[in-house]
Design a protein. Structure first.
Ligand code: PMP
Length: 358
């Protein structure tokens, strides 16, 4: 090792899902929305004036912050925007988790949390989900430097009730509690109403899933204005221009088209419930996901076998090859037609035998 290498920060990076270069695949591996963004977004993109890009963007992204605030009936001072919720969450770890005590998050959860904790040298503990992959509220009663969990959880899709979140909050009044609501729009109650009651609660959401804009990179946090101010201070200490001009303009259009958002979300929920039936008929086991994906396992075929087989049929799903979840696959809910293709492929692999016995 060279002397200068000793001073290089060593990190184990997060591994994002594969983005295949070919387009003739059914891509159900990164929880993207199978539908295009709202028509108003497409129209605004076509009419965009490239000369506007000569100027720096609005560092406060006021137009976007204001439209989000109005949509949720809160004030602009209660909203922080970032480059996808990954940016917002990373910034939140840096801003709020500064204690010597460990932060707490589930052992099976979004696999970026431990990466940020390591990057920012934040100690952490990961209480185990129970055998049904449920979070146990009592695991979060102990002294800690902060709490974060997704609702619904990823990659399990299991959601908790608001009473559970209040329970965790009531035992954690002296630290920041972050609820990562990346998948909340697919059928879970948001903890947003609780921000008025709990000044230490931060709710984080994204345009990547329910608003079909993963490529635009917009995420946002909502909470007490002092939390938002603290996030802004850290942001301005790092990079003032996180939100680019097209993201601000197109993000506003996306929020404004509520009807389209509600339509595609309802369609994904309906397809998810159809997919549950079909997976069940084929002998798969899974929890009651409230997200835009299902986390499935089969008693007779390994996740790896199914993953590889589907890939030969040009169907990409996600396999996290580790620990308790190595025999599970996370399958994003696509269009009805895409899911029909998945089940046609699985039927040839798993056979009709399961269908008869179920
Ligand atoms: N939170 C969870 C639980 C996720 O699964 C994801 C998607 N990888 C994110 C946050 C980040 O999504 P984005 O940065 O696209 O908003």
């Amino acid at each position: 090792m060279r002397a200068w290498e000793k001073n290089i920060r060593q990190v184990v990076p997060y591994t994002p899902g594969e983005q295949p270069k070919v387009t003739d695949v059914i891509k159900l591996n990164t929880n993207e929305n199978p539908y295009p963004p709202a028509p108003a977004v497409r129209e605004a993109l076509q009419n965009m004036d490239a000369s506007a890009l000569r100027l720096y963007p609005d560092p406060r992204a006021d137009a976007l912050v204001e439209v989000i605030a109005r949509y949720y009936g809160i004030s602009a001072e209660q909203v922080f925007v970032g480059v996808g919720s990954d940016d917002v969450l990373g910034m939140s770890f840096l801003t709020f988790f500064n204690s010597d005590k460990p932060i707490l998050f589930p052992d099976i959860t979004y696999s970026f949390y431990d990466v940020w904790a390591d990057l920012f040298r934040i100690p952490y503990e990961t209480p185990a989900l129970d055998e049904n992959f449920c979070i146990c509220a009592r695991d979060y009663d102990k002294e800690n430097g902060g709490v974060i969990f997704p609702n619904p959880n990823a990659p399990t899709g299991e959601a908790v009730e608001l009473s559970f979140i209040e329970d965790v909050l009531s035992h954690n009044q002296d630290v920041i509690v972050i609820v990562d609501e990346a998948y909340v729009d697919f059928g879970t109650s948001s903890a947003l109403p609780l921000i008025e009651k709990y000044e230490n609660l931060l709710v984080v959401q994204t345009f990547s899933k329910s608003r079909a804009l993963a490529g635009l990179r917009i995420g946002y946090a909502m909470g007490n204005k002092r939390l938002i101010q603290a996030l802004n201070h850290v942001k301005y200490a790092y990079n003032s221009y996180t939100m680019n001009t097209p993201s601000i303009v197109l993000g506003v259009k996306a929020i404004e088209d509520k009807e389209y958002f509600e339509d595609i979300t309802a369609r994904i929920i309906a397809t998810r419930e159809y997919a549950k039936e079909e997976f069940r008929k084929l002998g798969f086991m899974f929890g009651d996901s409230k997200a835009n994906f299902l986390f499935v396992t089969h008693p007779r075929y390994t996740a790896e076998e199914i993953f590889e087989y589907l890939k030969t049929k040009k169907i990409y799903v996600r396999h996290f090859n580790r620990g308790r979840i190595k025999n599970y696959l996370r399958v994003t809910i696509g269009t009805k037609e895409q899911m029909e293709a998945v089940f046609a492929a699985l039927k040839t692999m798993i056979g009709s035998e399961e269908t008869r016995t179920n």
